[in-house]
Design a binder for this molecule. Structure first.
Ligand SMILES: Cc1cc2nc3c(=O)[nH]c(=O)nc-3n(C[C@H](O)[C@H](O)[C@H](O)COP(=O)(O)O)c2cc1C
Length: 505
């Protein structure tokens, strides 16, 4: 039982009491119940994934969400996804091997990204996950469900004694549109189940069981974020996706309703508290984790990220879906990438081939952007695709516009690699996926130890966000009961580990 405080208790005394997250505070008529970081979010989410906290570090491509990052989070009971996208199946398999031998039993999943341009790659990664018994994936960038993803979900379905159908393979889907969410909150499409039955992948009984489970266990409503994003505001997106879940649950009556989490812009205790207040089953972060010491990027990028403000991001053409005009959110401050990639997209739209680009413009590209001749880049690119996806190389030979797209995509791909490896002399071309969350985090961290990028550790950041969200939830509860909460109390400054541990325990 916590203390009774006088109505006139000073802000410091009150704050001290509210910081004892596990104790009830009484102030006159008002009662603030305990709220520990481990109480936030949906207990079912924590149970299903074996977590202490309803918090997930999202996948970040090219191993930016590295195994070291995943381990740092997972060891604290936070969910983590390895950033498989953009890596070869061999590299992903290496990471799986390491995770299974050294981090067995920790809550770590792997990313599967929809690749409409490289369907064979998506199928190969799913084969790998099934063969290596990867039991948890984060599925992202889907518009329509693909056959390989449905195959992953339904393989190993089992009916328990109670009649309930259980999935061996858990799917956390990331969406930013209602129509995509609806596909993940419904059973796998019949047409794809039929295809799997006729190819002998599953039997009729499995197809029947599949009608009783949603495609995903969890759906993350991803608002304006780093990387691929529809730039939706969280305050409008989350309630729509949650309401959709309720409608589809009413219709399908799944034994385990789909849980809805929130991502995009979560970088401070206040944003995490707001997401939980909206009913998020869990929160997911991305940008802030890239800025941490364990991420797979370079120190040069971490330093750039630490200087970012809210408005220092821009949308730029995406390497994987360049021709379709899809964009990603990147860091603008300190890099010309967004502007340069936008220029490449404009040239691609205007001209039918590299040879059709006016000589002066092409010379400028070769001198300033590529620092190489287009012909040399094409030679390299062609060789790369002959190994990875020969159809692309052949199409590039036949179709000059496609060849131009592949050459431009070389620059976009290299720009990520230069950033991740901290390539000296290429800083102006770094492609760094990043959302406004980064600026919000930097603002919150200002003046504290977390201002220094070398001090940023993923678990310390996560636990600060969760402890801060619990504290702010308590302060808010007091405010709702008619007690003024002074401005100084509405802030939760970053705390170092020992103090944080005292708060959390
Ligand atoms: C550097 C970076 C790379 C990302 N790559 C992926 C990816 O490959 N797959 C994916 O599902 N999400 C990816 N994301 C999105 C994150 O997993 C997460 O959903 C998002 O960053 C949350 O929003 P925030 O950036 O505002 O925190 C990436 C985000 C960043 C910042």
């Amino acid at each position: 039982m916590g203390p009774f405080l006088s109505r006139t208790a000073g802000a410091d005394t009150l704050q001290d009491q509210l910081l004892r997250l596990g104790e009830t505070v009484r102030l006159g008529e008002a009662v603030v119940p305990p709220c520990r970081p481990g109480n936030l979010g949906d207990p079912e989410f924590r149970r299903a994934h074996g977590l202490k906290y309803a918090y997930a570090g999202g996948s970040m491509a090219n191993g930016i969400a590295s195994l070291a990052l995943a381990e740092a989070l997972a060891r604290e009971g936070l969910l983590a996804f390895f950033g498989s996208a953009g890596l070869s199946p061999e590299k992903v398999e290496e990471a799986i091997g390491q995770a299974q031998s050294e981090l067995d039993g920790l809550p770590i999943g792997f990313n599967i990204i929809n690749s409409p341009n490289e369907p064979n790659l998506e199928a190969a990664v799913i084969d790998l996950y099934l063969r290596r018994e990867v039991r948890l994936v984060e599925a992202s960038a889907y518009v329509d469900l693909s056959l390989p993803l449905v195959r992953y979900r339904v393989k190993g379905l089992q009916r328990r004694g109670s009649g309930e159908v259980e999935s061996a393979n858990r799917v956390v889907a990331k969406v930013s549109r209602v129509e995509v969410a609806s596909r993940f909150m419904s059973p796998p499409p019949e047409a794809l189940l039929r295809e799997l039955v006729s190819s002998g992948e599953i039997d009729h009984e499995t197809a029947r069981m599949a009608e009783a489970v949603p495609m995903a266990d969890d759906v993350t409503a991803e608002a304006d974020s780093g990387g691929h994003t529809d730039n939706r505001p969280a305050l409008t997106l989350f309630p729509s996706i949650a309401a959709l879940r309720d409608r589809l649950q009413e219709k399908h009556r799944f034994a385990r309703p789909v849980r809805v989490g929130a991502a995009g812009g979560i970088a401070t205790p206040a944003s995490a508290a707001a997401a939980f207040a909206m009913g998020a089953a869990y929160v997911m972060t991305g940008s802030v984790n890239q800025a941490c010491a364990e991420s797979g990027t370079s120190d040069a990028v971490r330093t750039m990220l630490a200087a970012a403000g809210q408005a220092d991001t821009a949308m730029a053409p995406a390497a994987d879906m360049f021709e379709m005009g899809v964009k990603v959110q990147v860091l603008k401050r300190g890099s010309l990438f967004a502007m340069r990639a936008g220029r490449l997209y404009d040239l691609y739209r205007t001209y039918d081939s590299l040879d059709a680009i006016p000589q002066a413009a092409r010379a400028a590209l070769e001198r300033d952007y590529f620092r190489a001749a287009c012909d040399d880049i094409w030679r390299q690119t062609r060789e790369y695709f002959l190994r990875r996806d020969p159809a692309q190389a052949e199409r590039g030979e036949r179709d000059p516009k496609h060849k131009m797209a592949l050459v431009f995509r070389w620059y976009l791909g290299q720009a990520s690699r230069w950033a991740n490896s901290g390539e000296p002399g290429r800083q102006v071309d770094y492609q760094v996926w990043c959302g406004p969350a980064m600026g919000a985090f930097n603002e919150w961290a200002k003046g504290s130890f977390l201002e220094d990028p070398r001090e940023r550790r993923a678990a310390v950041v996560a636990l600060n966000l969760m402890a801060g969200a619990a504290y702010l939830t308590r302060a808010h509860s007091l405010r709702c009961q008619g007690h003024p909460v002074p401005a100084a109390m509405s802030d939760f400054k970053p705390r170092r580990r020992p103090e944080l541990d005292r708060l959390i325990d």
